[in-house]
Design a protein around this ligand. Structure first.
Ligand SMILES: [Zn+2]
Length: 294
């Protein structure tokens, strides 16, 4: 947590936005502001989470994204323990499958299982799914063993989208250096999923306009601290339509959710020229609209 706090502020100072830096510092260090921030994307199941852990967390809603066959049962259990607060997500993340190493996720079995999980969990979204061009580069030692080709990623992603569409589910989409391909896949689908979130959005403003105009699809844009550490954060957030912004903690533990949400809320408020309260209200309203049944 501290490392994030101290790495965001120098970035803001580097932009020579002194008054905004002071403002952001106040938001970022605030721990007492009585605002309720829902979380559109987290992986809190990655850290063992006793049933009482959520009692100390303020987020009224947390969308918890499963990323591979083996974490779906954990996500499902968490949502059964907290049906009003946890929105479960079941997906096949491109980091966790490959043509040779994890063949079970490429078989029909994975898609049959995904369909079963979705049927059993009527509020569940499909996620996290998506495309990642960074992992097909050979010079990534840490994750190179999970190295599915782009063709294979597209195949798995497209099948997940089709299942989401058939079962009328929302989709949370991981996209690294691939928003243009994702846009094309959705544009060419006869029946695309009705609502998607482009998780941890890092695309250019022109692409935002294209996604917003995409026929038959309502696109939301998740904003997370991961992107706040990169350049162009302010102009990217400024380009997002106010009714399509979602706040994401991306947290791997429930104890980090509130802190990360408060920080990203402060930065979005600063980028949009909104108050923290306005930002909280808009993001809550937007998440409700994204998750709405109709
Ligand atoms: Zn994620």
């Amino acid at each position: 947590m501290l490392s994030i706090k101290f790495s965001v502020l120098p970035l803001l100072e580097a932009r020579k936005r002194v008054s905004h830096t002071v403002l952001a510092r106040r938001y970022l260090s605030s721990t007492s502001t009585p605002i309720l921030l829902p979380d559109a994307h987290a992986h809190i199941h990655n850290t063992p989470c006793p049933p009482t852990a959520l009692s100390t967390c303020e987020a009224p809603k947390i969308c918890v994204m499963g990323t591979h066959l083996h974490d779906w049962p954990v996500v499902e259990r968490l949502s059964q323990q907290h049906p009003n607060r946890i929105v479960p997500g079941f997906g096949l993340h491109p980091w966790f499958f490959s043509e040779s190493a994890l063949e079970s996720t490429t078989s029909t079995h994975a898609f049959t299982l995904l369909t079963q999980y979705l049927h059993r969990n009527p509020t569940a979204v499909v996620g996290e799914v998506g495309l990642d061009r960074s992992i097909i580069r050979p010079k990534l030692p840490t994750i190179s063993r999970f190295c599915p080709s782009m063709d294979h990623q597209i195949d798995v992603f497209t099948q997940c989208l089709q299942i989401a569409s058939q079962l009328n589910r929302k989709v949370s989409i991981h996209s690294v250096r691939s928003p243009g391909i994702i846009f094309e896949i959705l544009r060419r689908m006869e029946n695309p999923p009705r609502r998607i979130t482009m998780h941890s959005w890092a695309g250019e403003p022109a692409l935002v306009r294209s996604f917003v105009k995409l026929k038959g699809v309502e696109t939301y844009f998740g904003v997370s601290l991961k992107q706040a550490l990169t350049g162009k954060f302010t102009e990217r957030v400024a380009a997002l339509p106010e009714d399509r912004i979602l706040l994401e903690s991306g947290a791997d533990a429930v104890g980090d959710v509130d802190d990360k949400l408060r920080k990203i809320c402060g930065l979005v408020a600063e980028s949009k020229g909104w108050t923290v309260q306005e930002t909280a209200e808009r993001s809550s309203k937007n998440l409700k609209a994204f998750l709405a049944e109709t």
